[in-house]
Design a protein around this ligand. Structure first.
Ligand SMILES: C[S@@+](CC[C@H](N)C(=O)[O-])C[C@H]1O[C@@H](n2cnc3c(N)ncnc32)[C@H](O)[C@@H]1O
Length: 130
């Protein structure tokens, strides 16, 4: 039985081709709920300019982040879910953390999901924290 029986959008070209026409938002687009004010954006979380444009001058009181864990998932290594050197992962993390910090209110809460590979000294968790 395959590791991921339903396929993954980041490595299954056929599945991607069939699903993309059904997606309402493309990269760079933002949808705003005019009634309640919710916003959904397809952005690069490491780009300060994109994050700043999305949030305008608003600060948030809660941020929940689920970045790539820097572990190989389902034997695949793609540009969306990747395994790179620890140094590059820390650089990548610095960029998106900087973006998150730029929009947090003073008393905000931040929740993170991170990887910790027991075969690699529980990295990248320790270097991320450091
Ligand atoms: C661990 S997964 C999180 C999955 C998500 N919680 C879900 O349930 O679908 C990490 C996600 O980060 C996305 N990602 C990777 N680099 C990104 C970036 N620079 N900006 C925004 N998202 C990114 C990947 O495409 C992937 O969907």
């Amino acid at each position: 039985m395959p590791v991921e029986p339903f396929g993954r959008l980041d490595d299954d070209i056929e599945l991607r081709k069939r699903l993309l026409p059904l997606c309402r938002l493309r990269y760079g687009e933002v949808w705003e709920d005019m009634r309640c004010g919710h916003k959904v954006g397809v952005l690069d979380a490491t780009k300060l300019s994109e994050v700043a444009a999305f949030f305008e001058d608003q600060k948030v009181s809660l941020a929940i982040q689920d970045p790539p864990y820097n572990v190989v998932v389902g034997n695949e290594n793609t540009s969306s879910l990747f395994k790179c050197s620890l140094e590059n992962y820390v650089m990548f993390s610095r960029k998106w953390v900087e973006c998150v910090l730029s929009v947090l209110a003073d008393d905000a809460s931040l929740y993170l999901w991170l990887g910790a590979d027991q075969k690699e000294h529980f990295q990248p968790l320790p270097d991320f924290c450091f």
